[in-house]
Design a protein around this ligand. Sequence first.
Ligand code: PLP
Length: 394
Amino acid sequence: MQPFIYADNAATTALSKQVLDEMMPYLTNEYGNASSLYDLGGRAKTAVEKARDQVAAAIGAEAREIYFTGGGSESDNWAIKGVAEAMAKKGKKHIISTAFEHHAVLHTLEKLKKNGFEITLLPVHENGIVRVNELEAAIREDTALVTVMYANNEIGTIQPIAEIGEICKKHGVIFHTDAVQAVGNLKIDVKAENIDLLSMSSHKFHGPKGVGALYIRKGVVIPNLIDGGAQERGRRAGTENTAGIVGMGKALELAVSSMDERNKKLCQIRDRIIDGALKIERSRVNGDRVLRLPGNVSLCFEGVEGESLLLMLDLKGVAASSGSACTSGSLDPSHVLLSLGLPHEIAHGSLRLSFSDDNTLEDADYILSVLPEIIERLRSMSPLWDRIKSEEKN
Ligand SMILES: *Cc1c(COP(=O)(O)O)cnc(C)c1O
């Protein structure tokens, strides 16, 4: 029988059974409103505060610096628009970011640009990593915010976050990081790394969808996201998603406690696939080979169309991605791959495989057993490949 291999954990992860068990009471008998004064409400409140402690502990923050939100996109929007609004009042309307951020950041910045902000998008070069000297040189008197992702969702490259934090602190600029791909996968310490705001999302580490958090360092003042009741210290009103929050806390605690062991295994899976795939002619790894998430494989195959590759892998029982979920369905190559300086026709032939604890080395072997023949078949039908081959001869 054909296996089913889920290799798209950067898009979302499966909810873990342990997490579901922890959530279940709050979806059934423990239905109280965390703001109510009787015991049923009090127990919901206690559960939410336990989750806040778990999330805070995972990133070296204090519990009162954690605000639960509806996910990573919401946290990014709140952080960036919030800082922009607060700093515009002080006449600071310049924001520094990178060319390969998630759309939750890039589209937010585009909107701010329409509203009179000036945006500098730093290049990430061929290895998919920003250069701190270029970042420092971009800082101006009127720079309100630096927002740089912790690890990229398509190519997995890890940014020099602690160095960026240090530079921002030195220049008195607020520093936000979209750490949705990093939280639960990498060791994070917001204090040591001088991070002022950090976005995370539960469904990227085996928690439920539709819940996330924003860390706001105490002393950083941004406007409330939602006005209403006193939930989340009055900054994001609305009855708490108790079950979701409990699930997020549990999932993150589990992810952090098993991190070292899991990452050892993920690096083996990752490196086995990269080594195997690079034996295919005219293939390449996107982004730095070492400074990347343990579970991320990002490849390009010349003369291959990424979407066709995904369909063929799907027929073989492998769920993968060509890049970001947001760009699939459109014919434009991913902005992330273009930001590495790859030409359009190479960027089109991209494949992202992203792994989690649920994957095994056998998965890697299976993928490597089907990949070369799929590539060969697609190339045999590709006029682009014919051209590459005939140019080779000349
Ligand atoms: C998934 C993702 C997001 C969006 O998070 P949601 O919870 O799905 O809104 C933002 N940034 C990065 C880097 C992501 O990978």
